[in-house]
Write a protein of this length. Structure first.
Length: 166
């Protein structure tokens, strides 16, 4: 009977760990979704489109963002593989194969962005298209700046060597 009472707290702790892990994954997913929603809202405010154009634009924009996220995840996985190969001092051919896959995925992203911009240009007025270009540049720059500030903890400008585990 005493052993059952000893197992109950352990079981509760294990269940809590699984719950926290699941919640952390959900929070990460939700933060990505919230980020994308924020970007869409800011973009729509900036472009000042009529409802019909906004609907068409958002369909294309959402599809692009979904494809880009998928490709980014694939690149992350390939980067992880590449890091492991480098750590185990793999051969040049093995490393070269992964590098080519990464370059291919990066090219995929570039082509997808280029296709989206071409389609957006057809939908938008020249002024709206110019605003889109500026928005993309500025938004990315602001996000990068915020992430760097958070990463540095508000310290002065400095460059840290990227983590080898990433």
């Amino acid at each position: 009977m005493k052993s059952i009472f000893k197992l109950v707290p352990i079981a509760i702790i294990i269940l809590m760990c699984f719950s926290f892990s699941s919640n952390a994954q959900d929070m990460a997913l939700n933060s990505k979704e919230r980020f994308l929603q924020l970007k869409k809202i800011k973009l729509l405010e900036t472009l000042d489109m009529d409802e019909q154009t906004a609907d068409k634009f958002l369909v294309k924009f959402t599809a692009l963002e979904k494809d880009m996220a998928k490709t980014r995840d694939e690149i992350d996985e390939l980067n992880s593989q590449l890091n492991k190969l480098i750590k185990k001092d793999a051969g040049e051919s093995e490393i070269g194969e992964v590098v080519k896959k990464i370059e291919s995925k990066m090219e995929e992203m570039h082509k997808a962005r280029k296709t989206f911009m071409s389609e957006a240009q057809k939908l938008l007025t020249p002024k709206q298209y110019a605003k889109l270009i500026l928005f993309e540049f500025r938004f990315e720059k602001q996000v990068h700046k915020l992430l760097m500030k958070k990463h540095r903890g508000g310290r002065g400008d400095r460059f840290d060597k990227p983590d080898e585990d990433e």
